[in-house]
Ligand binder design. Sequence first.
Ligand SMILES: NC(=O)C1=CN([C@@H]2O[C@H](COP(=O)(O)OP(=O)(O)OC[C@H]3O[C@@H](n4cnc5c(N)ncnc54)[C@H](O)[C@@H]3O)[C@@H](O)[C@H]2O)[C@@H](O)CC1
Ligand SMILES: [K+]
Length: 480
Amino acid sequence: MLTGSEMGVVDENAAALGVPRKQLMESSGHAVAQAVRTIADPGDQVTIVAGRGNNGGDALVAARFLDDYDLRVLLLGRPGAISTTIARENWDALQHAEYPTETVRDSSVLDLGTPDVVIDAMLGTGIAGDLREPAATAAQAMNESGATVLSVDVPSGLDAETGRLADNAVDADHVVTFHDTKPGLPDLDVPVTVADIGIPDAAELFIERGDLTRLERDLTSHKGDNGEVLVVGGGPYTGAPALSAQAALRSGADLVRVACPAIVAREIQSYSENLILRPFDGDQLAPPHVDRLAELAADHDTLIVGPGLGDADATLDAVADLLSGFEGTAVVDADALSVIPDIETDAELICTPHQGELLGMGGETAEDWQERADLIESFAAEVGQTLLVKGPYDIISNGERTRVGRTGNPGMTVGGTGDVLAGVTGALAAVQDPLDAAAIAAYTVGSVGDRVIDDRGYGLVATDLLDEIPSVLWQREAEP
Ligand SMILES: NC(=O)C1=CN([C@@H]2O[C@H](COP(=O)(O)OP(=O)(O)OC[C@H]3O[C@@H](n4cnc5c(N)ncnc54)[C@H](O)[C@@H]3O)[C@@H](O)[C@H]2O)[C@@H](O)CC1
Ligand SMILES: [K+]
């Protein structure tokens, strides 16, 4: 089952893999025509009612596969108002080939006649709420006709995010949906055909630019709404927590605080005036600090534990205590990872080991990335948490779903890039599901590294990555 927006991610990922949406539309249209053949005989009257989006576009393609039928093609609205290039191109093709098309500018004069089959291609995954005019009147006409109604993708008026069917929705007799079923379709109690439209499995496995479409920023949001992140790090090292914290800010978090030993607080602050420091006594994290850190962590959307903490016994004891009592979402990186096999927690953890650290946690790895992905999926299921295992192919799994990131390059084996990744993951986990946050973070940091190397060649340092994060995260491809 895929929601409309998940379908949008997959479709944009397919485009990134070289299978553009117009090709998918051609497959969709073909599948619609195939379905018509199963419910109507050659010569029967088939009427297409197309909306101005890509749902309509699918049916405009279908028209070219329905030459054996007595075909009528109605467009709801002006051709100039067709909202996507690919739907318009398919409309134009019907004009050039002199198909019998009509435009319905005023739904009150819509005369559906008495067709054998009506193809409902008014609205698909692009809609929410009750049908507005002219679709509302057209839906009523379809529902009152004696025709068999075949809906494209979803009955117009079904919200493919929530599965809610509008009161004035089309009453479908048959649905042809694409790639996977959609919310609400199983409840309709009508035959649903799920058509394979040629989207490669890779579009769901590999993290590509479509995954970035999950990101949005509410235009009316206030400080804090886009994430408050607490980094618990520093002591033996000072650069690592500063890199994580700055990466979290560059990933869109509103407020990032660094809790660190007092002895290094000024040094960490000196790297950036954007950071807020929350020092605790002494020169390293230890169990007496845990109560105060737990209180502080509870006031944040996500916690990042590990960068620069070191591996002193007292520090690892404190990390184990902190995570055991924590109930929120935490990114666990670096030396902190070693405590994971020994603790029980209600927290939602995203662990970001490289392969060596994965072995240290009790996991297994393999040379072949597919084998590695299987091993990591099993281990994630065993640990009951999300793993982001870094490597030439980053493997992200929560034990049920597994994603693979292919961005990045050998220039990124330099120190500090993992701290940047932990920071991006922590910021995104404040506003996304843990698996999606980890997947987008891995893709983004790799892409940022690729851009830096493309511009300047090897010799990348971790601070180079920070400024480039926003331009990758918020890049947007134009709608075809
Ligand atoms: N995402 C994918 O992977 C693919 C999608 N395809 C098709 O594209 C469809 C989605 O296309 P679009 O995103 O262009 O959207 P739609 O074609 O579903 O509808 C968009 C139009 O509906 C209007 N609208 C929104 N809410 C409304 C309401 N309550 N009442 C009346 N009008 C309303 C909008 O103003 C917009 O013009 C899918 O359902 C499917 O049929 C296929 O072509 C192939 C692949
Ligand atoms: K439809």
